[in-house]
Write a protein that binds this ligand. Structure first.
Ligand SMILES: *[C@@H]1O[C@H](CO)[C@@H](O)[C@H](O)[C@H]1NC(C)=O
Ligand SMILES: *[C@@H]1O[C@H](CO)[C@@H](O)[C@H](O)[C@H]1NC(C)=O
Ligand SMILES: *[C@@H]1O[C@H](CO)[C@@H](O)[C@H](O)[C@H]1NC(C)=O
Ligand SMILES: *[C@@H]1O[C@H](CO)[C@@H](O)[C@H](O)[C@H]1NC(C)=O
Ligand SMILES: *[C@@H]1O[C@H](CO)[C@@H](O)[C@H](O)[C@H]1NC(C)=O
Length: 531
C-alpha cells in the first residue's frame, strides 16, 4: 500500500504540475492581508468526477461548512480553499472532506510588520556555503497564471523588477541577507501582493588555514621619547583563532581585538598595543605578537627605534645650502647693482613715473647758479661752463630753468637784495667752485645760500668742483660738511656726453621734473666747444 502511494506521488510529481503547490504540512502560517490557499491532494486513485468535496472551519462545538455563498473572501474551489486575502480572524482549524477521506490543517495568521517589506516570523532560512550555488526561486507557484509582475528585494532594496526574477549565482559573503519576492496578483479585477522571503546566510568553507601575521618580521618602528605609539598586529586566521600580545611593561595597554570577515570569507583580525610615554627601556626590545590556532602558530616582533629629530636627507640638505648661498649672492649682487646704479635707477623711476616735484612749491627757478663773475683768462673755463654749458644742457636739453646773474638780474637794482630774493625763489643753489671763487662779489651769494640751505632748509646745494682746483681750504666750514654725493667733479674730457656720469649725477641732484628735451640734439653732442 505504502509503496503504491509513493509511486503515485512520484508519478504525480513528474507528470502533474499541480501537485507542487499542495499543502502537505498540517501546521500552516500565513501573512495577514495576502492571498492564501489550502490545497488538498488526494493520494488515492479512487477519485472521480462525481466525488463531492466539502470544506469546514472548526468552530467548537460544531464545524461550519464553507461555501462560495458564505463569504466572498473565502472561496472553496474543489480541492483548494482560497483566501482573498487571509485575515487575522481566519486563525483556526480547517478540514476538507471527500467521499472517503478527510484532511485537517491548523492555520495561524501572522500580523504584518508595517515598517519592513517582510515579516520576520514567516521567512524561510537557507544557508549557502561560500562559492557554492546561490539560488533564490521567485516562482509564483500556485499563482503563476494570475501573477503578472514580480519584484525582488534584498534587505528591502529593490534588486530586480523583470520577467526573469530568478536569482542564480556563486555565493559570496556580500550576498547574505533577506530576499523578498513580491508577486502582483489579479483577482476579479482587484490587485493583491503575494510575498515570499528567504533568509539567506552565507557560511564559510570548512577548510582551516594556518594563521599568518601581516607585515615584516621583525618590524622596526621609529618613535620619539615621551610620545605614544600604537602597534597594529594583524593576521589572517580562522574564526576561532586567538591573537595576543606577549607584553608585561607597565606603560602598555591592549585594545580589544577586532575580527572581520572579508568578501572571500577569510577572517582578518587585528589587535593594537599602545605604548604610552615611551622611555629608553622601551627601545631596542622586542614586543611580540602571536596568533594561535589548531593549524599552527605565528609570532612577530616589533622593535622600537629612536627617531632622529633632525632627519634631513643629505641631498636635500646640500640642495638647501646651495639654494641659500645662491639666494644670498643674488641679494648681495642686487644691493651692489642698486648702489652702483642708484642714480640711473632714480632717474629711470622719475622718468617712468613722470614725477615732478616743482609744481607746487611756488618757486620760479630750478637752480640759482653761483659762479665767479670776473672773467679773467685763467678762470675763463669756469665762466664758460657757468654761463654757457650749464644753461645749454640743463635748460635746452633737460628743460630746467636756471637763474644766472649776468643774464637774469636786471641792472641797476640793489644787488644784495635781488640776489637774496632770487635764491629764495630757487630750488637748488649750484656753486661752480674755482680757485678764486671766494672773491668779495660772491661771498654774499654764498652766505645767503648757506643760510637758506642750512638754517631755513629751503634750498639744497650742489657743488661743482673743477679738476684744476685741488685745495678747498678757503671754503667756509659749513660747506665742507656737505654730503659727498652733493659734490660733483667736472672733468672736461669725460663729461662731454649728456649720458655721462657727471650730467646724470647733476640731474639726480636737481629736482625731479618732466624732461622736455629737444630730440634733435645728439646724445653725444659735445657740450663743451673743443676750441
Ligand atoms: C465515484 O464516487 C461515487 C461516490 O462518491 C461512488 O459511488 C462511485 O462508485 C465512484 N465511481 C468509481 C468509478 O469509482
Ligand atoms: C536569519 O538567519 C540567521 C542565520 O541563520 C539567523 O541568525 C537569523 O535569526 C535569521 N533571521 C530570521 C528573521 O529568522
Ligand atoms: C504591491 O507591491 C507593490 C510593489 O511591489 C506596491 O507598489 C503596491 O502598493 C503593493 N500593493 C498592495 C495592495 O499592497
Ligand atoms: C591594523 O592593520 C590591519 C591590516 O593592515 C587593518 O585592516 C586594520 O584596520 C588596522 N587597525 C587599525 C586600528 O588601524
Ligand atoms: C619575542 O620573540 C623572540 C623570538 O621569536 C624571542 O627571542 C624574544 O625573547 C621574545 N620576546 C619576548 C618579550 O617575549
Amino acid at each position: 500500500m505504502l509503496g503504491r502511494t509513493l509511486l503515485m506521488v512520484l508519478l504525480a510529481l513528474t507528470f502533474c504540475s499541480t501537485w507542487e503547490s499542495c499543502t502537505w504540512r498540517n501546521f500552516i502560517t500565513a501573512l495577514e492581508g495576502e492571498p492564501f490557499y489550502l490545497k488538498y491532494c488526494p493520494f488515492s486513485s479512487h477519485t472521480n468526477e462525481t466525488t463531492t468535496i466539502k470544506w469546514y472551519k472548526s468552530n467548537f462545538p460544531e464545524d461550519i461548512a464553507l461555501s462560495s455563498n458564505s463569504s466572498p473572501r473565502i472561496v472553496p474551489r474543489g480541492y483548494v480553499l482560497e483566501f482573498w486575502p487571509v485575515e487575522l480572524d481566519d486563525n483556526g482549524n480547517y478540514s476538507v472532506h471527500t467521499g472517503y477521506s478527510k484532511y485537517k490543517w491548523q492555520l495561524k495568521v501572522i500580523g504584518r510588520n508595517k515598517s519592513s517589506c517582510f515579516t520576520e516570523k514567516i521567512v524561510k532560512s537557507k544557508a549557502v556555503e561560500v562559492n557554492k550555488r546561490l539560488e533564490v526561486n521567485c516562482e509564483p507557484g500556485y499563482y503563476k497564471n494570475l501573477a503578472y509582475r514580480t519584484v525582488v528585494y534584498k534587505d528591502c532594496m529593490k534588486i530586480k523588477d523583470s520577467e526573469d526574477s530568478h536569482i542564480k549565482k556563486n555565493a559570496n559573503f556580500t550576498d547574505q541577507g533577506y530576499y523578498t519576492c513580491v508577486f502582483s496578483v489579479d483577482h476579479n479585477g482587484k490587485l493583491f501582493n503575494v510575498s515570499k522571503t528567504f533568509n539567506i546566510t552565507i557560511i564559510g568553507g570548512h577548510s582551516l588555514i594556518s594563521p599568518a601575521l601581516h607585515g615584516p618580521n621583525p618590524e622596526y618602528v621609529k618613535v620619539e621619547l615621551g610620545q605614544e605609539v600604537r602597534l597594529n598586529c594583524s593576521a589572517s586566521l580562522n574564526k576561532g583563532d586567538l591573537i595576543h600580545w606577549d607584553v608585561q611593561d607597565n606603560n602598555t595597554r591592549e585594545e580589544q581585538a577586532s575580527k572581520i570577515q572579508d568578501k572571500e570569507g577569510k577572517w582578518q583580525a587585528s589587535k593594537i598595543l599602545i605604548i604610552e610615554n615611551i622611555n629608553d627601556k622601551n627601545l631596542n626590545v622586542s614586543y611580540n605578537c602571536t596568533v594561535l590556532s589548531t593549524e599552527g602558530i605565528d609570532t612577530k616582533m616589533f622593535i622600537l627605534l629612536k627617531k632622529e629629530l633632525v632627519d634631513i636627507p643629505g641631498h636635500v640638505f646640500t640642495g638647501g645650502m646651495i639654494a641659500a648661498v645662491l639666494a644670498s649672492v643674488a641679494v648681495v649682487c642686487l644691493v651692489i647693482v642698486g648702489v652702483i646704479y642708484r642714480v640711473d635707477l632714480v632717474l629711470f623711476c622719475r622718468h617712468f613715473m613722470r614725477k615732478d616735484e616743482t609744481l607746487t612749491d611756488g618757486k620760479t627757478y630750478d637752480a640759482f647758479v653761483s659762479y665767479l663773475k670776473e672773467c679773467q683768462p685763467e678762470n675763463g673755463e669756469e665762466h664758460t661752463f657757468a654761463v654757457e654749458i650749464l644753461p645749454r644742457v640743463l635748460e635746452k636739453h633737460f628743460g630746467y630753468k636756471l637763474c644766472i646773474f649776468e643774464r637774469d638780474v636786471l641792472p641797476g637794482r640793489a644787488v644784495v637784495d635781488e640776489v637774496h630774493s632770487l635764491i629764495e625763489k630757487s630750488r637748488r643753489l649750484i656753486i661752480v667752485l674755482s680757485k678764486s671763487y671766494m672773491s668779495n662779489k660772491v661771498r654774499y651769494e654764498l652766505e645767503s645760500g648757506l643760510h637758506e640751505a642750512l638754517v631755513e632748509r629751503k634750498i639744497k646745494i650742489i657743488l661743482i668742483k673743477f679738476a684744476s682746483v685741488s685745495d678747498f681750504t678757503f671754503l667756509p666750514e659749513s660747506l665742507k660738511l656737505l654730503k659727498s654725493h652733493r659734490v660733483l667733479k667736472w672733468k672736461a674730457d669725460q663729461s662731454l656726453s649728456y649720458n655721462s656720469r657727471f650730467w646724470k649725477n647733476l640731474l639726480y641732484l636737481m629736482p625731479a621734473k618732466e624732461v622736455k628735451a629737444c630730440k634733435d640734439e645728439s646724445e653725444f653732442l659735445p657740450v663743451l666747444s673743443q676750441s
